[in-house]
Design a protein around this ligand. Structure first.
Ligand code: AMP
Ligand code: ZN
Length: 113
């Protein structure tokens, strides 16, 4: 499987892992866009948001739940934070294994760029 994030899950390439359970993994983004910038991914390979099927709904919900938990644990949940999932080229997706960006520690603006 030539998927970067599957390789991180399988420990074939290193990452700075901040959370792991049976279903999801979270690690620091290698090129952070905020003081805290983490990626939360399902352990199951799903290429894009367009590939989410009904059987994936529990793990997709778990991405959101994990983002909020990590924000609380790291102390910026009350101030606020940004979660983003990019889809395909026009959405800015560069790694084709779905991931939720969790960004905190600075003021975000809207609309996103
Ligand atoms: P996206 O553009 O939404 O597909 O996001 C992909 C993210 O993965 C980017 O923010 C990259 O900085 C990040 N990234 C790429 N390679 C790695 C890596 N080896 N470890 C951690 N984050 C990575
Ligand atoms: Zn993958």
């Amino acid at each position: 499987m030539e998927c970067l994030f599957c390789k991180i899950i399988n420990r074939e390439i290193p990452a700075d892992i901040v959370y792991e359970d049976e279903h999801v993994l979270a690690f620091n983004d290698i090129d952070p866009k905020a003081p805290t910038h983490q990626l939360i991914i399902p352990k199951q390979h799903i290429a894009t948001l367009n590939d989410i099927d009904p059987e994936h709904l529990a793990v997709v919900g778990r991405l959101q739940y994990t983002a909020a938990r990590l924000a609380k644990e790291q102390g910026f949940a009350e101030d606020g934070y940004r979660v983003v999932m990019n889809c395909n080229g026009m959405g800015g997706q560069t790694v084709y294994h779905i991931h939720m960006h969790l960004m905190g520690g600075r003021q975000f603006t809207w609309p996103a760029g």
